[in-house]
Every structure is written in structure tokens, then in C-alpha cells.
Design a protein around this ligand. Structure first.
Ligand code: AMP
Ligand code: DBH
Length: 555
């Protein structure tokens, strides 16, 4: 099982020091698996079993494997090489799965973008990831991605290949044409090594712009294997993928990839709304689903009124943002499914409540880590461990937590300790039983319904507006979203209209969820604030001011 010694040296795993590589391989966490080989193996074991349902298509494991192979061969024939990066910007359609397994098989690295991302984010991924390709839908949710592709190619000459996954591709290449060109080619199951980077996930962008997260085949597949086991997912399970599938949560905890790992069936919903999902649950007899808290609240309200049969649901996973105990308590009585809290991050560490935990643990905590080799430290502002049970900053390292962002030494200096712990930015406390309870965030990001927004990124865009003298963006507690965003603005001369500033942000080509929910105009950021305290302290002050409901002019 171990692939350790070669002339007495260890084959390196991207990112980890050799003593950890040895340890994780010896423990059997890393088993030398790759995505390309994984799909081939499942296709050989059960070719006729249904793997994927969505967008009017049904694919067996055999068909998925064949189509991924054809895509891989077509991509290679079109000039893309192993090691190249391609941005994958797709909604929940079967082509997502076909294409990413095609990329895996060809040794090309997907960079996952969210459907809500717009040109500003995509351009940033293209540049920082050195992408050669951009794969998108023709149109989705009323947005024309081909227009975005045109701007992207103007701004980033490195993007040589634009591929449209569905619909009318002109003037670009259709995924269908790539698949046709590669049909029947005899590619090996994989050209990648298990220790190679398989893809780049994106960080929530805690400070400034999103960073790219390199995940290796072996480390990610380890989380799939263990997540499937912890969540009770097996070949009889049906995973309903309701959240955007590029998110790390519905992708891997255990998500659609964990479901395919387990030989289960994946059903794709074009939207996470109860209207779209309930019918799919009833028709496809879905057993597992993952949601963020605000969507869970919609589901609970709708389920209380619904006549649809949801009785197949066994596990309802909730994560991405803090779930309040009041809402958590309603899950089992209303949905008839076991609640599982999930606290994870695309950088690695994932915690689950276990299905057989007692009710208090499931309702009050955000779970415990996947792996016995996940190391957790809870520290104060000086990296000194806090007394047991006290809240502090969560640091972690382990067999599936990255040791560094992709090509970003400056960010790595802050985000990791000298001995390789990742600074999650979360404030947590540990229960005596070893479960984590999330208390909040140390950093200045806004967790808006599970979508992470960097205050700094939005401030920079606001500061570019000619009528804005200064801007500070803070989070505000929100009953439904968990948190919403509020921008405090000091106008330069004439006060701009709030609606104009929101339009400005949209016009900068940013995802809609980053548009401030609320804008407050102020004359100054208080006497002590100007130039004398950090942005972080200023944001904290403004947040407190808003919560005290000081008379400010809101919009
Ligand atoms: P991302 O950086 O986008 O991968 O988001 C990861 C972050 O989401 C974590 O560091 C937490 O701040 C937050 N998060 C994820 N799951 C939970 C949860 N169950 N409760 C509270 N916060 C969560
Ligand atoms: O919020 C997240 O990023 C997240 C939540 C739950 C995650 O990455 C995960 C599980 O794997």
C-alpha cells in the first residue's frame, strides 16, 4: 500500500515535508489513487450502474468514463498539455463532471470558479493560475458567459482555448466537438501521479483577492473516502447536489465526488431552491443532500407546507456558515432526516458531527475532524495555546490541509506558521469530547449565506469611485443570511447615491453577492480612527456603531 522508498528516498508529495509524507502513506491515508484511475476502476467494476442524472441526461459509470476519455483525448488533440490549467466556470450540469474527469484524465488542472463570478474574478484566476483555457456554459441564469469569454481573451492573451460546455458555441469551440474529436482514442486511465496537484480550488478571499488552493489527488481522495464513510454514503445512496457544484462542500464533503467514489448516484439540481429540489428528491429518491443555513431555512418552511414525498432523505448536511441551534432543532422533525453539521474549508480541514452522535452534539457543535492525524491548535493572538475549552484562533495541519497557496509566497507568510499550520481565521472552542464550536471569525471577511466576501477587496473597488473619499466594509448580523455586508462611505464632496455605488460595484465585473447590502454615509470615521488605528480596528468600531444603532444615515 505504501509508495515510500525509491533508493531510500521518499517520492515527494506536493507541499508536505518528507517525514509527514512517510507518516500519511504508512497510515494508509494516501493510497496512491488518482482521479483518472478512480473513474476507470468504478467503470470496470459496475459499468451499467447509474452515475449521474441531470439536465435531461442519465449516464452510467461506463458512459461517464468513456465520455471523459473522449474529452481528454480531444483536449490533447486540440493542443492542451498535461500540467496546463483550465478555468471551469459551469453551473450544475452533467458536462461539469464529464469535463473535469476529462481534464483529470488528460493531466490538465481545473481551476474552479463559481457561476456567480464575473470578469474581475475570472481575470484574476486566469492571471494567477496562468490558465490556458476557459470552459463555460453558453448562458446561465440570464447571463451570457460568451461575452465574458470575449473580454477575458482581450485582457488575458494566455487564454488560448475557450470551450463552451453546452448550447451554441460560436465563435468558440463546443465541448461536444472536442468529445467527438477524441472519441475512440485509447488513452491511459491516468497520466498523473497521485502526489501531483489535481486541481486548484479557490479560497474565500479572507484578505483581498481569492487565492488558489492546490489539492493533490491523494490528499483529496483521502477526504472523499473518509467523508463517504462518515456520512453513510454507499452504492445504494443518491446524492442530490443542490449547491453550486464548484463549491468545495458539495464537491467533496462528501459531495458529488465522494458519491462517485462510493459508487453512488449523483443527481444534479439546477437550483438549490425547494421548488427545484423537492421534486428531484421525490422522483430520484435522494438520500443525502448538503445545504448552507439560509437555504435550509427555506427548505424547512417549504417542507412544512409541501405535499411532496421527502421520506427518502436520510442525511441533511448543513455547513458553510454557522447554523443556529434553533434552526438545527427543526431539521429532524420537519425533514425526517438526520442532521449532520459540517465545518470545512477548501484549504483542507473538514469536521463532521457523526450520524450516531447524541442530539446535543449534533445541534450544538460543528463536529470533529475527519482524520486522527488532523492536528488542531487553539491559540491566542500570540500563538500561545488557550486553556482547554476557551475560544481562540484555530490553526490546523494534517494529511489533507495544504501547506501553502499556489504561487503565492507573500500570502503564505501570513497564512501559515513556520511549522506548517494553516491559520484558518476562525475563532473556535473545543468541547471536552473534542468537538469544535465555531464562535466567529478573526479576519475581516463577511460570510454571506456561506459565500465569503473580503472586506478589503470591496473597499478597493469602492475607493476607485471618484466620489468616494474613504470606504470601510463590515459584516452585520442578519437573521436570514447569517451576515450581510455594510459599506461605510465618506464622500469626497457631493454624496453619491447608494444605488449608484451598487451599480458601480456591478460595473467593475464582480459577483453579485459582493455588492454591499447596505450603504451608510458618514462624515468621518471618528476622531481616533483617521490614520491612527488599523483598518481592522476601524471596521470593528464601525460594526459596533451599527449594532448600537447610533443615528446614521442608512440606505
Ligand atoms: P472557504 O474559505 O470559502 O473555503 O470557507 C471556509 C470558511 O467557511 C471557514 O473557515 C469558516 O469560516 C466558514 N465555515 C464553513 N463551515 C462552517 C460552519 N459549519 N460553521 C461556521 N462557519 C463555517
Ligand atoms: O465553507 C466551506 O468552504 C466548506 C463548508 C463545509 C467546505 O469547504 C467544506 C465543507 O468542505
Amino acid at each position: 500500500m505504501t509508495i515510500i522508498l525509491m533508493n531510500n528516498s521518499i517520492i515527494p508529495q506536493h507541499g508536505w515535508p518528507s517525514d509527514y509524507v512517510r507518516r500519511y502513506r504508512e497510515a494508509g491515508h494516501w493510497r496512491g489513487e488518482t482521479f483518472g484511475a478512480l473513474l476507470r476502476d468504478r467503470a470496470l467494476r459496475h459499468p451499467d450502474r447509474l452515475a449521474l442524472i441531470g439536465g435531461g441526461q442519465k449516464l452510467t459509470y461506463g458512459e461517464l468514463d468513456q465520455r471523459a476519455s473522449a474529452v481528454a483525448a480531444g483536449l490533447r488533440a486540440g493542443g492542451l498539455e498535461p500540467g496546463d490549467r483550465v478555468i471551469v466556470h459551469l453551473p450544475n450540469i452533467p458536462e461539469f463532471v464529464i469535463a473535469v474527469f476529462g481534464l483529470f484524465r488528460a493531466g490538465i488542472l481545473p481551476i474552479y470558479a463559481l457561476p456567480a463570478h464575473r470578469i474581475a474574478e475570472i481575470e484574476h484566476f486566469a492571471l494567477t493560475g496562468g490558465a490556458r483555457g476557459y470552459l463555460c456554459a453558453a448562458e446561465h441564469g440570464g447571463f451570457d458567459y460568451r461575452g465574458l469569454a470575449a473580454t477575458l481573451q482581450e485582457r488575458c492573451p494566455g487564454i488560448e482555448h475557450v470551450i463552451i460546455a453546452d448550447g451554441d458555441a460560436a465563435p468558440y469551440t463546443a465541448l461536444r466537438a472536442i468529445e467527438a474529436a477524441g472519441a475512440g482514442a485509447d488513452l491511459p486511465a491516468t497520466v498523473s501521479a497521485p502526489q501531483d496537484i489535481a486541481f486548484l480550488q479557490i479560497s474565500g478571499g479572507t484578505t483581498g483577492l481569492s487565492k488558489l488552493i492546490p489539492r493533490t489527488h491523494d490528499d483529496y481522495i483521502y477526504t472523499l473516502r473518509e467523508s463517504a464513510r462518515i456520512c453513510g454514503l454507499d452504492e445504494n445512496s443518491v446524492f442530490l447536489c443542490a449547491l453550486p457544484m464548484a463549491h468545495n462542500f458539495p464537491m467533496s464533503s462528501p459531495g458529488f465526488l465522494g458519491a462517485l467514489y462510493a459508487g453512488a448516484r449523483v443527481v444534479l439540481s439546477p437550483s438549490p431552491s425547494p421548488e427545484a429540489c423537492f421534486e428531484l428528491v421525490a422522483r430520484e429518491k435522494a438520500t443525502h443532500c448538503s445545504l448552507v443555513p439560509p437555504l435550509l431555512m427555506l427548505w424547512l418552511d417549504a417542507a412544512a407546507r409541501a405535499t411532496t414525498d421527502l421520506s427518502s432523505l436520510r442525511v441533511m448536511q448543513v455547513g458553510g456558515a454557522k447554523l443556529t441551534p434553533e434552526v438545527a432543532r427543526r431539521v429532524e422533525p420537519v425533514l425526517g432526516a438526520r442532521l449532520q453539521q459540517v465545518f470545512g474549508m477548501a484549504e483542507g480541514l473538514v469536521n463532521y458531527t457523526r450520524l450516531d452522535d447524541d442530539a446535543d452534539t449534533i445541534i450544538e457543535t460543528q463536529g470533529r475532524p475527519i482524520s486522527p492525524d488532523d492536528e488542531i491548535l487553539i491559540v491566542d493572538d500570540h500563538d500561545v495555546p488557550v486553556p482547554p475549552g476557551e475560544p481562540g484562533h484555530l490553526l490546523t495541519r494534517g494529511p489533507y490541509t495544504i501547506r501553502g497557496y499556489y504561487n503565492n509566497p507573500a500570502a503564505n507568510q501570513h497564512a501559515f506558521t513556520h511549522d506548517g499550520y494553516y491559520r484558518t481565521g476562525d475563532v473556535v472552542r473545543l468541547t471536552p469530547a473534542g468537538y469544535l464550536v465555531v464562535q466567529g471569525r478573526a479576519g475581516d471577511h463577511i460570510n454571506r449565506a456561506g459565500e465569503k466576501i473580503s472586506a478589503e477587496e470591496i473597499e478597493n473597488h469602492l475607493l476607485a469611485h471618484p466620489a468616494v473619499f474613504d470606504a470601510a466594509v463590515v459584516s452585520v448580523p442578519d437573521d436570514y443570511l447569517g451576515e450581510r455586508s455594510c459599506a461605510f462611505i465618506i464622500p469626497r464632496n457631493e454624496k453619491p447615491r447608494a444605488i449608484e455605488l451598487k451599480k458601480w460595484i456591478r460595473g467593475r465585473g464582480l459577483a453579485e453577492f459582493k455588492v454591499p447590502d447596505q450603504i451608510v454615509f458618514v462624515d468621518t470615521f471618528s476622531e481616533t480612527a483617521v490614520g491612527k488605528i488599523s483598518r481592522k480596528a476601524l471596521r470593528a468600531q464601525l460594526r459596533a456603531q451599527l449594532q448600537e444603532q447610533k443615528p446614521v444615515q442608512a440606505s
